[in-house]
Ligand binder design. Structure first.
Ligand code: 5GP
Length: 202
């Protein structure tokens, strides 16, 4: 497909993963996930708002099996550019997960603090199984060791936007993942969202 002006990167962005690369990898992830569960087993996908919403939409269609879907939203306090690891549930699940095969759908795992907190919180509700799929992983930033069973792309320590991921609520609509050029935007180490120490919604 030819790239249109609408899909062209904006000046401050450098494309890291094209829409085609993401589509192909999402299909591979879906194949891996399908293999990991017995045929006919209904999966319960829990997406972490807001960054995971596009990945979830593409993943469920690639899975091509019976699924149920729910959403959580979390916030974390981060003085300056560093998260304290204090995570708060902003929006709880609407469907109980006891005895369900839960697949947590994340946009990106960075320090691991959010995911570690979520894993513990979900585990306490006694799902039959709990696995995580994350589109992106930045292992070099890890503070907390945490299991991520399925990873789409392992990336360097760069602040990325697009395909659901934002910077101050911008760029989520982009069909690709791009590195935000920090020399232009100067968002700090992890972008403007994390720069003021306020309660920061994901
Ligand atoms: P962690 O608790 O692993 O440090 O934080 C994970 C969350 O931080 C992600 O769900 C996302 O909201 C945010 N985050 C971490 N790295 C990036 C990034 O490169 N770009 C964007 N847009 N958000 C990020």
């Amino acid at each position: 497909m030819q790239s249109s002006a609408r899909n062209a990167p904006e000046p401050a962005l450098t494309v890291l993963l094209t829409a085609d690369q993401i589509r192909d990898r999402v299909r591979e992830l879906a194949t891996d996930i399908n293999r990991a569960y017995p045929a006919g087993r209904r999966l319960h996908l829990v997406s972490v708002l807001k960054g995971g919403f596009i990945f979830l939409a593409d993943l469920v269609r690639a899975l091509n099996r019976q699924v149920t879907i729910d959403f959580v939203a979390v916030s974390s306090y981060g003085p300056g550019t560093h998260s304290s690891g204090e995570v708060k549930l902003v929006k709880d699940l609407e469907i109980g997960i006891e005895d369900r095969d839960v697949l947590l759908v994340e946009d990106i795992v960075d320090t691991g603090q959010t995911l570690a907190w979520l894993r513990t919180a979900l585990r306490a509700r006694h799902p039959r199984s709990l696995c995580v799929v994350s589109l992106l992983d930045k292992p070099s930033r890890r503070i907390v060791e945490v299991d991520v069973e399925h990873v789409g792309f392992t990336i360097e320590d760069r602040f990325v936007v697009g395909y659901g991921l934002d910077c101050a609520e911008q760029y989520r609509h982009l069909p690709y993942v791009a590195v935000l050029d920090q020399r232009v935007e100067d968002p700090g180490e992890r972008g403007p969202d994390a720069s003021n120490g306020d309660l920061e919604e994901r």
